[in-house]
Design a protein around this ligand. Structure first.
Ligand SMILES: Nc1ncnc2c1ncn2[C@@H]1O[C@H](COP(=O)(O)OP(=O)(O)O)[C@@H](O)[C@H]1O
Ligand SMILES: [Mg+2]
Length: 332
């Protein structure tokens, strides 16, 4: 069952050169209990896409020019801010890379989670506090009743991340958006947080959108993957298929740049490949395929006409005119 459907999303920002499009025709859907990975280099539009889904784009300097965002069948675009605020934290929740952006240093962890519960449920303070403690327990905080009385600065980085996840899941949302939630953590804690997110997703049958630039993390937690480049979707695929047969040269480049791909024992070569050059900034897109200036397979044709996203089969898309004739490969 589809819980989130984003269609043809177009987001623009006001700049000195006028309105520029930073998210351009993005579409994807997420099923209950499944994880969709949103991957791409920094600046590709991942965070802007997720802020649009939560109604958190800056009101005056940005606008959703067109598109649709349906949360469990309800259209979010054009919804009044008050109703969006009711839905946010209740039906759709987000966790960020930096827990301190969601946690208020002036209040105890338990009070903040209880406040979220009371924002969305008609329950007494006592019951909301009990729910907060249960949520902290659920995310593996030891002595949850006691730790609920701690302030954010009294928690370690990993514990704060758990507290933020507790706050996100305390109202059992249908969709959880996680924007680089493990990027700032060391590997061990990162693995624990990924396990926790997977467990919460399964227990609550949430649809999860997992944003990252780390394809190792994608392999770990995602079912399907949307690859973004310069504000557009350039490929959609199942995770296993993406790794064995990347549908787009940019996806192949990202895979080759995975640190794991550089470990000979894991079948990689001993030198880490990087994609040469830089992604174009919004408002200065090259003609033709947006990736062609960096693409090792580009021909004259690629520089000529803009490339549409096309279906490879029922489950896969690519924005490459040459992908059928290329033998693109993932890490061995
Ligand atoms: N508040 C803003 N004002 C103007 N441009 C912005 C703003 N936020 C993001 N952008 C631009 O939108 C593009 C996409 O950014 P973002 O979604 O943050 O990328 P990602 O999360 O994939 O790294 C970038 O070019 C960024 O500079
Ligand atoms: Mg981002």
């Amino acid at each position: 069952m589809t819980v989130l459907r984003v269609s043809d999303l177009d987001v623009r920002f006001a700049t000195d050169r006028g309105w520029v499009t930073v998210v351009d025709g993005v579409s994807f859907s997420v099923a209950a209990g499944a994880t969709l990975g949103l991957v791409g280099e920094s600046g590709s539009g991942k965070t802007v896409t997720s802020l649009a889904m939560l109604g958190l784009l800056p009101p005056r300097t940005s606008r959703i020019a067109s598109g649709s965002i349906q949360l469990d069948g309800t259209e979010l675009i054009g919804m009044p801010q008050r109703r969006l605020a009711d839905i946010r934290g209740n039906d759709i929740a987000m966790i960020f890379q930096e827990p301190m952006s969601s946690l208020n240093p002036a209040f105890t962890i338990g009070d903040q989670i209880a406040e979220t519960v009371r924002r969305h449920r008609r329950v007494s303070r006592r019951i909301a506090t009990a729910r907060a403690v249960a949520a902290l327990d659920q995310v593996g905080i030891p002595n949850a009743a006691r730790r609920a009385r701690s302030y954010p600065h009294e928690f370690s980085g990993g514990m704060r991340q758990r507290a933020m996840i507790a706050m996100a899941i305390c109202c059992e949302p249908k969709v959880l958006v996680a924007d680089e939630p493990t990027t700032a953590l060391d590997v061990t804690i990162q693995a624990q947080v990924l396990d926790l997110l997977r467990q919460m997703r399964d227990e609550l049958r949430m649809g999860m959108v997992f944003i990252t630039h780390d394809l190792g993390v994608v392999a770990d937690i995602c079912d399907r993957v949307v690859v973004m480049y310069a504000g557009q979707v350039v490929a959609t695929d199942d995770v296993d298929h993406l790794f064995s047969h990347p549908p787009h040269p940019y996806a192949e480049g990202l895979l080759a740049a995975m640190p794991q791909a550089a470990v000979p024992e894991l079948g990689g070569s001993d030198r880490l490949a990087t994609i040469p050059g830089q992604a174009p900034p919004p408002g200065a897109m090259p003609d033709g395929c947006r990736f062609h200036p960096r693409c090792p397979y580009a021909t004259d044709r690629c520089a000529a006409d803009a490339v549409e996203l096309r279906k490879i089969d029922q489950l896969r898309t690519t924005r490459c005119v040459r992908s059928d004739e290329l033998q693109l490969r993932g890490p061995a």
